[in-house]
Design a protein around this ligand. Structure first.
Ligand code: ATP
Length: 279
């Protein structure tokens, strides 16, 4: 017994390390299209390896060993979007780099725009760029490079406007473009009634670190998508708290304090901040 433990304790640690790595890999990719492919490939390999061991198939065994390099290359190609996003997240450090005063003003204007759109039941989709560039999505729409104001948002999303279809991209608190097409999530949605606008918001935040905000045309409801999950049907207060949390404070110790601070500071400084944005 002790001899067995003495001989195999290293194997046990190796198995634990491998299991941990495989589980982390699965967790990282489980929500993606690639996960199904990975599980499929893994299953085929395990079954083939077992059969080869049992029946001592030399050719299949040889093929499995030789195809390892090809398989590794294939995995790189299959997971290229996920790897690219992962590396971009690792490599970037800039997060909403402008001053907190300017951020505060932007958040206030965004909240005003979204609440106004919601009250008027005008459907809208915003993507707020963070570290990962949304250049690719911007190329599908119309470049604007304008100061973000509630009035501009209303004009763009007004149903008869030429730019109302698609999403607005906001980068560095300015409107980079509108009528942009975002990738739609491939996740099976529990709620089958989730339409394309909401799916596009989820799809974009699955692939990038952007924040997406959706106003439903049907119900006027406000939702925020972050990291591929959707916080639906937020009240005005919840929405203001959530975006303040994301762009200003991080998870606040006292949420109401943050929102009150946002309200008072912005009302005092809004005109000067708006000038700063157009600098
Ligand atoms: N891939 C996409 N990228 C950006 N915008 C999109 C995309 N697909 C659809 N949209 C926008 O969503 C609108 C259609 O929304 P749809 O009714 O399917 O979604 P919804 O989530 O049910 O929203 P709503 O509650 O507003 O109806 C389109 O007119 C278009 O403006």
């Amino acid at each position: 017994m002790w001899q067995f433990i003495d001989e195999h304790w290293k194997d046990a640690i190796e198995i634990l390390v491998l299991a941990f790595l495989i589980y982390q890999l699965y967790r990282a990719f489980r929500a993606t299209r690639g996960a199904q492919i990975l599980v499929g490939l893994g299953l085929i390999l395990v079954v083939l390896a077992l059969i080869t061991q049992i029946f001592q198939f030399e050719v299949i065994g040889w093929l499995i060993t030789r195809s390892a390099a090809v398989l590794a290359f294939a995995l790189l190609v299959i997971f290229q979007p996920e790897l690219r996003n992962g590396l971009a997240r690792l490599g970037s450090s800039r997060f909403f780099s402008f001053s907190s005063k300017r951020r505060l003003a932007f958040v206030e204007r965004l909240a005003d725009a979204v609440v106004l759109l919601s009250k008027k039941r005008i459907g809208a989709l915003f993507a707020i760029q963070r570290d990962i560039t949304l250049k690719e999505q911007l190329e599908t729409g119309v470049v604007l490079d304008a100061q973000f104001t509630p009035e501009l948002a209303m004009s763009v999303f007004f149903p008869k406007s030429p730019l109302h279809d698609g999403g607005m991209i906001i980068a560095d608190d300015r409107v980079a473009g509108a009528a942009c097409v975002f990738p739609v999530t491939e996740k099976e949605m529990q709620d089958r009634s989730t339409g394309l606008r909401h799916r596009a918001a989820i799809g974009l935040t699955e692939r990038t670190d952007a924040i997406a905000v959706v106003v439903s045309e049907e119900t006027g409801s406000i939702s925020i998508s972050e990291n591929g999950s959707l916080h639906r049907n937020l009240t005005e207060k919840q929405f203001r708290e959530k975006i303040s949390e994301i762009f200003i404070s991080g998870p606040p110790s006292n949420e109401t304090e943050t929102v009150e601070k946002l309200d008072s500071e912005t009302s005092v400084s809004s005109s000067s901040d708006r000038d700063m944005v157009s600098d």
